[in-house]
Design a protein around this ligand. Structure first.
Ligand SMILES: CC(C)(COP(=O)(O)OP(=O)(O)OC[C@H]1O[C@@H](n2cnc3c(N)ncnc32)[C@H](O)[C@@H]1OP(=O)(O)O)[C@@H](O)C(=O)NCCC(=O)NCCS
Length: 207
């Protein structure tokens, strides 16, 4: 079932201790809701429209369903205020997943890895902290499910996205040359949610 939260709920967010605060205030009447399958008919067309408007990669309906059927609870939407005459409009969305990840060489232990697949905010609503809130909500949901880390890729030329993620504590882990269909390169970014000793179980005190 979709959960609806107001902005005060932000202050209880466990991820706030891990992530740096953003400044300023958010539009007071904005609503954030968690996606659920029952909302597909109402919101999937707007989710696709919002994401395909700005992202360089064209995604088919199957890509959206791949994420939303399995990890709908890691998708959050920002909705514009409603009035007596208007229904809520989708103005921001984040789509993610969470899976065990085993490094190819088996040199490190398997981790529970969150992945932010898509993030977009309608251009008229940008710079109000909406993406920051969406990312925090997705990360909070991943932490609740025991995530060790969160990764994503973003175009190296996407300054707003790079600034947003780095402000939230993500680090550049790899450059991916000519990663996108348009020939642009990407950075893989990673946010470590647990200390390395905790992930390896190597937390014994030295004698
Ligand atoms: C990247 C993107 C999602 C950012 O969305 P956004 O809602 O504007 O992001 P935020 O408002 O959270 O953060 C943007 C800036 O607003 C500032 N900000 C945050 N909260 C604020 C507030 N309450 N009031 C005013 N400004 C605020 C932030 O400090 C940030 O500035 P900085 O990064 O220069 O320091 C948006 O530009 C977008 O949809 N781009 C197209 C799609 C895309 O590139 N997606 C990412 C692919 S990985």
């Amino acid at each position: 079932m979709a959960s609806e939260t107001n902005l005060e709920a932000e202050t209880k967010s466990p991820v706030l201790s891990l992530l740096k605060e953003s400044s300023g205030t958010l539009p007071a009447e904005l609503r954030y809701i968690q996606y659920s399958h029952s909302l597909e008919k109402q919101y999937l067309p707007s989710i696709r429209a919002l994401i395909s408007k700005d992202l360089s990669e064209p995604y088919s309906i199957y890509v959206y369903r791949y994420f939303l059927y399995q990890w709908g609870d890691l998708c959050f939407m920002a909705l514009s205020p409603t009035t007596a005459y208007t229904s809520p409009k989708l103005i921001g969305v984040i789509i993610s997943k969470l899976e065990p990840h085993t490094p190819p060489s088996h040199s490190s232990p398997t981790t529970l890895r969150g992945y932010i697949a898509m993030l977009a905010v309608s251009s008229t609503y940008r710079n109000h902290g909406i993406a920051t809130t969406l990312v925090r909500k997705a990360i909070d949901a991943m932490i609740e499910r025991g995530a060790d880390e969160v990764v994503l890729e973003t175009e190296e030329t996407n300054v707003p996205a790079m600034k947003l993620y780095e402000r939230l504590g993500f680090l550049r882990s790899k450059k991916l040359h000519r990663y996108y269909l348009n020939g642009n390169s990407a950075f893989r970014l990673v946010l470590h949610l647990k200390a390395v000793e905790e992930m390896t179980g190597n937390n014994e005190e030295e004698i």
